[in-house]
Write a protein that binds this ligand. Structure first.
Ligand SMILES: [Ca+2]
Ligand SMILES: [Ca+2]
Length: 271
């Protein structure tokens, strides 16, 4: 019967982890938190910018997630914020952008993707298409460096989104073609031949660099690139808007109930 108690507690822990935390995440709390990537991407007529992200209600800020920009020559952007309406903007210079305002629940993990193929640029929220704009052509590459979070562009500092990134990937292929819905990656995607940038943010707390898992090894440096730049924090603890989420509380209750049931059965057997 002790096994049932252990199983109950173990099940509760196992169910809590994927819902509330990942192996490692980067926490973008301050407006100018940023990671400067050491080398730019090269994109052709197809591309995908995507991330697993959680917007914190305790911060509630719309801002940049990814941006590689050079004035009048380059702009590859994913910018978003949670809420209803939320914000999900994507843009590829000198082609087209999408600017939908879907409802994006705060304090919940989401998958965001901006996809370009040779017919359209599209935005997806949790695998569902929420915008499409016809366009075709080659994405402009120039000397701008990519930033994850805040960036100095258009002659001013532009704020980061507020919350957590589990992973971020930039690809030179349309990962989710034809405008259809799809199931987002269940875990952190692996590097492949079309991966231009891939960050897991699994670094130890206090690390000042972020490893790019792609074959290009375009590692990032925290808190550099412009005067007011600050560093996001690596952590494995995700604050759910200051209070445990309902899902988190529910799983804990379930685990405790299982453990209690096991203990009760054990007690009854002993009577
Ligand atoms: Ca560039
Ligand atoms: Ca991660």
């Amino acid at each position: 019967m002790r096994k049932i108690v252990v199983l109950g507690i173990g099940l509760a822990v196992a169910m809590v982890l994927p819902a509330s935390a990942s192996a490692g995440v980067a926490y973008f709390a301050d407006p100018y938190d940023t990671i400067q990537v050491s080398q730019g991407t090269t994109l052709g007529t197809a591309a995908t910018i995507e991330a697993r992200i959680l917007f914190s209600s305790s911060i509630d800020r719309v801002g940049y997630i990814f941006c590689e920009w050079f004035d009048s020559y380059e702009d590859k952007t994913l910018r978003a914020g949670g809420g209803n309406p939320g914000t999900l903007h994507g843009y590829f210079f000198n082609l087209a952008g999408v600017y939908p305002s879907p409802s994006i629940t705060m304090d919940t993990w989401h998958h965001l993707a901006i996809v370009l193929d040779n017919s359209a640029v599209r935005a997806y929220l949790d695998g569902t298409q929420v915008a499409s704009q016809p366009t075709a052509g080659d994405v402009a590459d120039w000397d701008g460096l990519p930033y994850i979070g805040a960036i100095n562009r258009d002659y001013g500092n532009q704020q980061s989104f507020g919350g957590y990134l589990d992973w971020l990937r930039v690809s030179d292929v349309a990962r989710y073609p034809n405008g259809t819905s799809f199931t987002p990656p269940s875990g952190q995607p692996a590097n492949d031949a079309n991966t231009q940038l891939l960050f897991y943010f699994d670094e130890a707390p206090g690390s000042t660099t972020a490893v790019d898992q792609s074959s290009y090894h375009r590692n990032g440096t925290l808190g550099v690139g412009f005067g007011e730049a600050t560093s996001p924090e690596f952590t494995s603890v995700v604050a759910q808007g200051g209070v445990p989420s309902l899902a988190f509380a529910g799983v804990v209750v379930l685990g405790l109930a299982l453990a209690a049931a096991g203990a009760l059965t054990l007690a009854m057997r002993r009577v």
